[in-house]
Design a protein around this ligand. Sequence first.
Ligand code: AGV
Ligand code: CA
Length: 312
Amino acid sequence: MAKKQIYFNHDGGVDDLVSLFLLLQMDNIELTGVSVIPADCYLEPAVFASRKIMDRFGKAGLDVAESNSRGKNPFPKDWRMHAFLVDALPILNESGEIITPVAEKPAHLHMIDAIRNNPEKTTLLFTGPLTDLARALDEAPDIEEKIERLVWMGGTFREDGNVHEPEHDGTAEWNVFWDPEAAGRVWETNIEIDLVALESTNQVPLTLDVRERWARERKYIGVDFLGQCYAMVPPLVHFKTNSTYYLWDVLTTAFIGNTDLVKVQKVNSTVITDGPSQGRTVETPNGRPVNVVYDVNRDAFFDYMTELAKQV
Ligand code: AGV
Ligand code: CA
């Protein structure tokens, strides 16, 4: 069977970078391109970290494209700093050189090339906002029919999203909120969309037992890498905040490699692009159909990602 052709656009958070690491370990997919958008990250360290992860844990021959997209609602600086921490990890700096090059073209044009130049259809994996996809579709509408599907970490149909910002009512998920119009643009297409929404990612918080498991198994270099990365987003048990880290993007990436981990349901929806609910995805009878990942086998998921990490 032909391998799934995957183009990955991410935004440099800890779980975005761990997702890149795990994708590189999957032998049932072919990674055809990687690009980075400065949403929940700063661009430079996120691109450095991506290139170093591809050098250390991947295959040669790919480059990494930088996005020049800008969003409407910026991510908090504290979160955007995480890419600097991953980039500074000794395991990514052991060799003292970087082989994987930076692409000449910006992300959205890089993605158009990757889709056009592949005789097979491409599955898009997005773990940040959809800005580069919206721009690519405006620039090259012909790519739509070469897109197998979009697998996106974004949105929620619950009352509670994860945006807690002034002038917002709290109903949105951050990847939609950063650029609501971009999501609206993609909703206008006929692309098949698999949405890994907060419904399912809420079921995979990074709990202490998982951290302890990775600590116990740190003799595997890939498992140690997981533990080191997630040490940057430690649990704050005596301080009640919005700081719980979920495996949002990693669940989305695991879904690419193993669809059996989750349950999916069709929902007709629209995206609110303005006002206090901007970035909210709402169920609407005549809305655009999306496949919502609403449930996950938690234990099977953590086993799957940990086993992938052991393959390094
Ligand atoms: O809304 C989830 C998205 C995911 O793509 N990101 C983090 C993941 O990469 C934003 C986000 C929400 N809460 C966060 C986030 C937190 N507490 N720390 C960092 N990023
Ligand atoms: Ca992300």
